[in-house]
Design a protein around this ligand. Structure first.
Ligand code: ARG
Length: 261
């Protein structure tokens, strides 16, 4: 995770970002710390990346790389405003004992567009990641990569429209209308029992969630997801990341998962 010490919205690269809307940095920091501390109280280790004053979107650490079985695929950002973030992530991995670190050839924004289940890497495309990054991810991770077409600009990254709930049981939740008809059909075939989100919860970025297989941390405004999650045996934990929503991200965007071997 990367603290939002320098968070601001000065440019707009997704429909959520409005540079005219003020951002309350101390509040953003407090909300972010709440998420970090919640992970820690659940027994998870949280590593912190040093924020850079010229990179306001660095708080969305999920975009900086993807790690599966200890193998790291670095990011290559689509927009010039975010491109320097990639090097900061690579440097962190190299300094922290990761030996298999791959620099990408094609545009991919880390876990923004890559979601990992036990069987597959699900890979979004349409707004950010190059479809060519999908083959690259399959080569690096050795897992079948399933390409999914995103069609609604509000859900510009896969992690705004789909969340993995249990990566051992291949359980996911998603918002169908964010995907093309063919991708919706592919998702139904792969995950016939998935939790299907309704529009109000998707708009609250309720799919931008992180699950450890039991606890599901998600935006608290996505009230319609709590009961269905409980019925499936999960423990939903509502978080308020309202300031970070102004940049177009929430719980998952702020969290890169270090999947070791
Ligand atoms: N402002 C950032 C962007 O548009 C938000 C990224 C959100 N991160 C995510 N994993 N969806 O790139």
């Amino acid at each position: 995770m990367c603290p939002p010490a320098h968070f601001k919205v000065t440019y707009s690269i997704n429909p959520w970002m409005d540079p005219a809307k003020p951002v309350d940095v101390p509040l953003a920091v407090a909300q972010w710390e709440d998420l970090r501390d919640r992970y820690r109280s659940l027994g998870h280790t949280v590593e912190e990346l040093k924020p850079h004053p010229d990179l306001p979107d660095m708080v969305y650490a999920a975009n900086g790389a993807t790690v599966v079985d200890g193998r790291v695929l670095g990011a290559s950002f689509m927009h010039p405003e975010r491109q320097p973030e990639a090097a900061a992530h690579l440097e962190w991995f190299r300094a922290n004992g990761f030996t298999e670190v791959h620099e990408p050839t094609h545009i991919n924004e880390g876990e923004g567009d890559f979601a990992v289940t036990s069987s597959y890497v699900l890979a979004g495309r349409g707004f950010r990641a190059s479809p060519l990054s999908h083959g690259e991810a399959q080569e690096v991770f050795g897992r079948p990569v399933i390409g999914l077409d995103l069609v609604d600009p509000r859900y510009y990254h896969l992690d705004t429209a789909l969340a993995v709930l249990d990566d051992r049981a291949d359980d996911v939740m998603y918002y169908p209308a964010a995907f093309s008809p063919g991708s919706q059909a592919a998702l139904r075939r792969l995950f016939p029992d998935a939790l299907i989100a309704e529009e109000p919860d998707a708009v609250a970025l309720g799919l931008n969630a992180v699950s450890d297989g039991l606890h599901v941390l998600l935006p608290q405004a996505a009230v319609g997801l709590f009961e269905p999650l409980r019925e499936r045996g999960y423990e939903p934990i509502g978080m308020d990341l309202g300031e970070l929503l102004k940049g177009g991200g929430s719980v998952k965007c702020c969290t890169q998962e270090l999947r070791d071997k």
